[in-house]
Each structure stands twice: as structure tokens, then as C-alpha cells.
Ligand binder design. Sequence first.
Ligand SMILES: *Cc1c(COP(=O)(O)O)cnc(C)c1O
Length: 347
Amino acid sequence: MNPDDLVRSNVLRLKPYSSARDEHEGRASEIMLDANENPYDTGYNRYPDPYQGRLKERIAELKASKSDNIFLGNGSDEVIDLLQRAFCEPGRDNILICPPTYGMYKVYAEINNVAVREIPLTASFDLDLKSTLEAPDDSTKAIFLCSPNNPTGNDLDPDKVRSLASSFPGLVVVDEAYIDFSTRPSLLTRIGEHPNLVVLQTLSKAWGMAGIRLGMGFADERVVRTLNKIKPPYNVNQATQELALETLKNEKKREQQINSIRKERNAIAERLECSPLVRKVHPSDANFLLVQFHNAKTVLSALKERGIIVRDRSELPNCTDRLRISIGTPTENERFKAVLDELESTL
Ligand SMILES: *Cc1c(COP(=O)(O)O)cnc(C)c1O
């Protein structure tokens, strides 16, 4: 399959905006009178590298990928939006999602006037492969999957995801925002086998840099070229590019934090499993737990009264009485457990 065949025709025809720096890689030794910048040095007076060359080289090295297979966005949310805008004709095309899942796939579809088909995950929150394969029509341009899935916490079966990528003739987007907490290897090493596979990762979770907004898309270079064509020219600012390069040096620190968060997650899961307040703790490959309580509303408001905010997910399909609880620092987690003790003592 050729992913270019899926691109909206106006995007195929589009001649992208070409900035002065696109045509001429600026060097400090040259006199740059091309972009109406302020010439006096503030450290940030020049426009940033529109294609983030140095940062992509570093990411390529870290992920055993290639710069040409990497697209960077202002958070992975921007990549989700750009994928839909490049591939889905408003008012005509649709995407497929598997709820309960991350809410932004649908939000962007609604903003972009792209219809959404929903095939729920199974009772154990894995892919329903048969129904997911049967649901698309000729206008289904992309399937958005999330693994480990938010808010359920579990990995989707990677064999099912790959089999979907082999059979479905549109894009299969796998959002791996939480992959660093999982023991499953990333699917990004499979993009060579599946030109329709797009893998999303982010600096927002395990890397601890949600505030700088850096999302990564790994895909066939034709998909990357299409996204480059429609992105805002300077979508990843210079401060973000610099801070990301600094962050990516701290692999050791990140490993330690991931190990500690996993350990805390498993301990909290065990604590919750034996709580009379709890019906079920869903297995998690991420840095949060989805927990079914006997009465989620009571727990939610008791936590809130004591200054602890968790996410109510009970309105989502198959998520009655479920709260999503992020793993905090050991001190924060102690506070959380103390509230559980208190609530249990009043039962
Ligand atoms: C948190 C999260 C993201 C992060 O998006 P950014 O825009 O990179 O911060 C993406 N996908 C999922 C499923 C998430 O939970």
C-alpha cells in the first residue's frame, strides 16, 4: 500500500509555505537579513529550525529510527490533529476508535468534521479484532488505538495490532504515550513492515516534560512528508527543541523514576485489591490505575475534600464506578492511602 493514496486531494496538490530558512539553512557566520527578525541577540531572536534537525537526530539514535521517519509536534495532540487534517476529508471520511480510550481522537474528529465509528474494546479491554476489521468502509481513513490504553492502563495485544495493520487499508495509529512504563517493546520498529502504521510517543509522561509540549510521530517517510507539508512552519519552538535535547540526556534518571513509579503502582494496586471499598483493580502497564469502586462518587468526593484530585471515568463505556488514579511520589501515595484507611474505618 502507498500511504500517499490516502491523502486528501487538496493536500496532495498543496504547495506548502516555504520559509526563508527552509531554502537556506542559516548559519551564525552568515548575515541573515531574510526573515525580518530583530538582529540583536536574545538567544531567541531567530526563528527555530522548522524541521528540528538536531533533535530528530538524537531521537533517531535513541529509538533506533531514522530522522526521515520522525515527525515532531507541539505535543502528540498536534500530531493527532494533523493526521486527521491530512488524511480525512471533512464531511465525508471517518475514523475508527475503540472506547474506552483517549478522548482527543474524537475531539479532533469533531473539530475537523470527521465522522467517528466506535468499536468498543472487549470486557478485558483488548481489541475485538473481528469487529474492528469488519467496521471500516471505503471512507475509513484511520484507526486510532492507544497502547497502553488510557484510561484502562493495559497494553493491547501487539499481534492483534499488527494483524490490523496488515489487513486494514488505511492508517493504523498506535498512541504509545505510556510505552515507557510497559514491558512490551514499542511498535515503532515495525513501521518498515507496515507503511500505514503510525506510532505516537511523547515527552509528556515518562520523560516528565508535559510543560514543553513535544510529541513524536514515527511513520513511513511519505506520511512524515505529508505532515511536514501541512504543519505550522515553526510548530516546535526553540526553547522546546533545546529543553528536549537536554532532557534526552537524562536516560538514567528516567529509568530510575520509571522503576520507582512501577513499584509504587504495584504496591497501590495490592493495597486497593484488599480494600472493601474496591470491586476491581484493572491490570496496568502504565503510570496510573483504573479502579472500580463500589461507590466511585463517594470516594471521589472524599478524596477531593482532602485535597486529592483523581479522574472520574465512570461515564465511559464499561467503566461504571471507575476512577483513574495517577501514581504520585511516595509521599503523595501515602496521603492517598491514608484517605483509604480513613474511609474504610467508617464502613
Ligand atoms: C497524555 C497523553 C498524550 C499526551 O499528549 P501530549 O500532547 O504529547 O502531551 C497522548 N496520548 C495519550 C493517550 C495520553 O494519555
